[in-house]
Design a protein. Structure first.
Length: 555
């Protein structure tokens, strides 16, 4: 009995030990045996890809060449406000302020070049055969039936027959170059051209090589302006060919479809050295200017001198069109200018050895006055008037084509030579003249200035919206002393003679009416009627009626 209990106890103990051993074996199977020191291996680090992200910096360098407008150049800081105003004023004088703002500028760094101008097509009808496409101050041909010059031809065919002309010769382009401003000093240069160069007049009976086709279809390129300008805080310098200082030209031209310069309007470009400065006095500016200019004759020996003063009222502004294309808002202003020049001509002899000298002077007053003012952004429903008065001796070269028909007298042929010797005239007709019958003795010849008195005024009104406007102008040109140097007797080869009274104009009245329309910012259409009325010294009147339609593309 006891043995059985001991056997049962032994079996139970063995079973328990076996269960424990199995349990330990399972546990050891689940828990790995720690490796020895030589068996430890560090697992490799996870693979990591490192990428360097570089944020690109803003490239402050501009392209080699950019095409920008003046307005954008100012907004980007490429040009200063002063540079912007100077460029807008010079380019706007040709194509208007709005077109100048958005015009084409080639920009390289701080340098720029502005291309500007217009393409023009003119369709002109005249009641006489007196003018080319540019009428200027040419004389109206006397009509059939008018008394001819003494000893002259009876026919005045050109005075009673019409003429029609189609022309593109007034098309214009210019290039304005600008250097970067340095210490408030600005430098620029302008080269401006058109196609109104000197050509032989066509249809003159075959005496020249010019034909209608060559004159109109292949016109000659000419220089209008070619100058450099340096603007400093103290004084501004202008060197080269630019508007004449007399009349403060370029700022007061009246609006007209007709090709400039108009009858009775100062209009000359010439080589010069000019100094000027503008003083800012609150809302008013005062500008002083003086210039030494190319003399009226190079044999005069000294330059032509001109100077003036100009007041502008910046907050009193009006819409102003100068010529046919330059429309912008401009301040009310008034300018007073003077001119002093010297003439030196040979004595009135076949073979002169001495000279005769004469100093002349002239004065001009110009004004632009807004009646219904405008703002920078609104030119509609505005009314302005502009005008000019000028008086002086020896100034006919400052008007387009003005001579009045006056010429130097012919010499008395005391030599018996055939042909008779000609006087060596060294000055253009219309400025000065020698006595017809000078006192005896060398060097006693009297030299006289032909005096010219001109006045021109223009009125311009812009309809609401500013895209259509009308303009009217009137001009009077007169010489108070030109009749003294004419004669009515027939020419005589043995006597000195003045020009024939029937060939010399004493005065002219001119007026026109214009309608302008801008269908697009870059396109302009103009229609004009003009009337030219000439009064000759002998009392005869000659009249020409002109109708002109013109189209302009502004850039």
């Amino acid at each position: 009995m006891y043995n059985r209990k001991r056997a049962a106890l032994a079996v139970g103990l063995v079973s328990a030990l076996s269960s424990k051993a199995i349990a330990q074996t399972d546990t050891q199977a689940q828990t790995p045996t720690p490796p020895t020191q030589t068996q430890i291996q560090t697992p490799p680090p996870p693979e990591v890809t490192i990428r360097t992200v570089v944020t690109p910096k803003e490239d402050t360098r501009r392209p080699v060449v950019e095409l920008l407008s003046l307005r954008i150049m100012r907004e980007k800081g490429i040009i200063t406000e002063a540079e912007y105003r100077a460029a807008r004023e010079e380019v706007g004088a040709n194509v208007g302020g709005d077109v100048a703002d958005e015009g084409l500028n080639f920009v390289v760094g701080k340098w720029s070049a502005t291309l500007y101008g217009f393409v023009e097509g003119d369709f002109i009808g005249d009641s006489t055969q007196s003018f080319n496409d540019l009428a200027g101050n040419a004389q109206v041909q006397r009509p059939i039936g008018a008394p001819p010059p003494a000893g002259g031809a009876v026919s005045q065919y050109a005075g009673n027959n019409p003429r029609v002309q189609f022309s593109i010769r007034n098309s214009r382009f210019g290039l304005r170059l600008r250097a970067p401003e340095i210490s408030k000093v600005r430098a620029s240069a302008t080269l401006e051209m058109d196609f109104l160069g000197t050509d032989p007049t066509p249809s003159d009976g075959g005496s020249s090589s010019a034909t209608d086709a060559t004159y109109f279809n292949n016109p000659t390129l000419r220089v209008r302006h070619a100058y450099l300008k340096v603007e400093t805080p103290i004084v501004d310098f202008l060197i080269g060919q630019y508007w004449h200082m007399f009349g403060w030209q370029g700022a007061y031209f009246v609006p007209s479809v007709e090709i400039q310069g108009l009858p009775g309007q100062l209009y000359e470009r010439t080589a010069q050295l000019r100094l000027s400065h503008r003083f800012r006095l609150g809302d008013t500016s005062l500008e002083l200017a003086g210039a030494a200019l190319r003399p009226p004759t190079r044999d005069g020996g000294v330059p032509d001198f001109a100077g003036g003063i100009r007041f502008a009222f910046d907050k009193w502004r009006g819409t102003q069109t100068m010529g046919a294309t330059a429309t912008q808002t401009a301040p009310a202003s008034i300018a007073i200018t003077g001119d002093l020049r010297e003439f030196r001509v040979p004595v009135f002899e076949p073979f002169p050895t001495q000279t005769v000298e004469l100093t002349t002077g002239a004065i001009a007053v110009d004004a632009f006055i807004p009646i219904i003012p405008a703002t920078h952004h609104h030119r509609g429903n505005t009314l302005s008037i502009s005008g000019e008065f000028a008086y002086g001796g020896g100034i006919s070269d400052m008007y387009t084509g003005l001579t009045g028909g006056i010429t130097f007298p012919t010499l008395v042929n005391t030599t018996g030579l055939n042909p008779a010797p000609a006087y060596p005239q060294n000055v253009d007709n219309g400025m000065v003249i020698l006595d017809n019958n000078p006192p005896s003795g060398p060097g006693t010849n009297g030299l006289h200035a032909i005096v010219w008195q001109t006045a021109i005024a223009g009125l311009q009104y812009y309809l609401p919206g500013g895209y259509v406007w009308i303009a009217g102008n009137y001009a009077h040109t007169e010489s108070p002393n030109i009749a003294q140097f004419t004669q009515t007797t027939a020419p005589n080869a043995l006597n000195s003679n003045y020009a024939q009274a029937a060939a010399v104009r004493k005065s002219e009245d001119w007026f026109d009416a214009n309608v302008f329309f801008d269908p697009l910012p870059s396109v302009r259409i103009g229609l004009e009627y003009a009337c030219f009325i000439d009064q000759y010294v002998d009392g005869q009147t000659a009249t020409n009626h002109r109708v002109q339609v013109s189209g302009f593309f502004l850039f």
